[in-house]
Design a protein around this ligand. Structure first.
Ligand SMILES: Nc1nc2c(c(=O)[nH]1)N[C@H]1C(S)=C(S)[C@@H](COP(=O)(O)O)O[C@H]1N2
Ligand SMILES: [Mo]
Length: 318
């Protein structure tokens, strides 16, 4: 079992870096601007990484979501990324800085009581923020473990007030080829789209991350808000979301549009079901050089297996 009890007030152990805690407190308490930080001998670049609703970080850790494994080092997790809008390599930190995240309009539409557009900062400030330690397993058979900050997707679903006929939640990334050169590659079905069933979106584990390592989330990891569904392959966790649409039609995802026989809608982690081109039995834990066995539902079966009990015969693991 992966869940270990921690008291909520305990300080993050080996991740929320002391300087992040220090900078956040100092900025709030002393009201130090970048100039003040320079005077104090602190590089402003780090402080300015706090873009959106910076006063929320670091947030109180939720003791229900901790792990029995080491967290991935911050500099590893924040510099080894998949974000095809900015290139197909893992090294997209630099091009991703071109993304404008302030202001950031989020549209909530489709089968809801009332469609709205709201700025990400206003939306985030309405949500119940906590910190959670989650595993993350990419379909490419590597994994990491990160301390997200954010809010349960369920809170956004409740805020949206979906109509009773809504069965799916479709989530869409920005489309700005002028900022994201990968989107000039016309053979990809931009914008990046992902979807969940409403039951999945209401599961306690489904999460919208707005921060990581005790700070606002960096652009390369999907600022200002991205999905984190740790029992599914990483491609489901769509980054930099601009639109949440409630629908009765199963959404067609970006990767389904590319290769439907390799990347399906459910995409739940299962070591026993191989990708057509490679095994999913083990995963490389990035930053450690080690391979470990992959777990069914990425170790979260107790929380999510129930969602699929009446779905035998569907391709749940691809
Ligand atoms: N918009 C968008 N979201 C995306 C992707 C992408 O290319 N574009 N890549 C996905 C994949 S394959 C993975 S493994 C995770 C990687 O998240 P990380 O870089 O924060 O680890 O983001 C997912 N979300
Ligand atoms: Mo991935």
């Amino acid at each position: 079992m992966l869940i270990k009890r921690h008291r909520g007030w305990e300080l993050p152990e080996n991740h929320a870096t002391p300087e992040a805690v220090f900078l956040n407190r100092r900025q709030i308490v002393a009201g130090l601007g970048a100039a003040g930080l320079v005077a104090a001998g602190i590089r402003p670049a780090r402080a300015q990484a706090s873009g959106i609703a910076a006063e929320l970080y670091p947030a109180k850790r939720n003791p229900a979501y901790t792990l029995d494994r080491e967290l991935t080092e911050e500099k590893v997790a924040t510099s080894y990324n998949n974000f095809y809008e900015f290139g197909t390599s893992k090294n997209i930190v630099r091009p991703a800085q071109a993304l404008t995240i302030k202001p950031w309009q989020v549209k909530i539409d489709g089968m809801v009581e009332k469609e709205i557009t709201i700025d990400a900062e206003d939306l985030i400030r309405k949500m119940p923020i906590d910190e959670r330690l989650y595993r993350h397993r990419c379909v490419e058979a590597w994994s990491m473990a990160v301390p997200w900050t954010g809010f349960p997707l369920k809170a956004l679903v409740d805020f949206a007030k979906p109509l009773s006929g809504a069965k799916y939640l479709r989530m869409e990334t920005f489309k700005r080829p002028e900022e994201a050169s990968g989107q000039k590659q016309f053979w990809y079905p931009w914008p990046y789209v992902e979807g969940l069933s409403i039951a999945e979106a209401r599961n306690d584990l489904a999460y919208i991350a707005t921060g990581v390592y005790g700070k606002p989330i960096p652009k390369q990891m999907g600022a200002p808000l991205r999905l984190a569904v740790p029992w599914k392959y990483g491609f489901k966790s769509v980054k930099s979301i601009t639109r949440f649409s409630f629908t009765d039609q199963k959404p067609k995802s970006f990767w389904e549009g590319m290769a439907a026989d390799e990347y399906g809608f459910w995409a739940n982690v299962n070591p026993a079901v191989a990708h057509p081109r490679w095994s999913q039995a083990t995963e490389e834990v990035i930053g450690t050089g080690k391979r470990v066995p992959t777990l069914i539902y990425n170790g979260y079966g107790e929380q999510v297996a129930e969602l699929y009990k009446d779905m035998a015969g569907q391709k749940l693991f691809m």
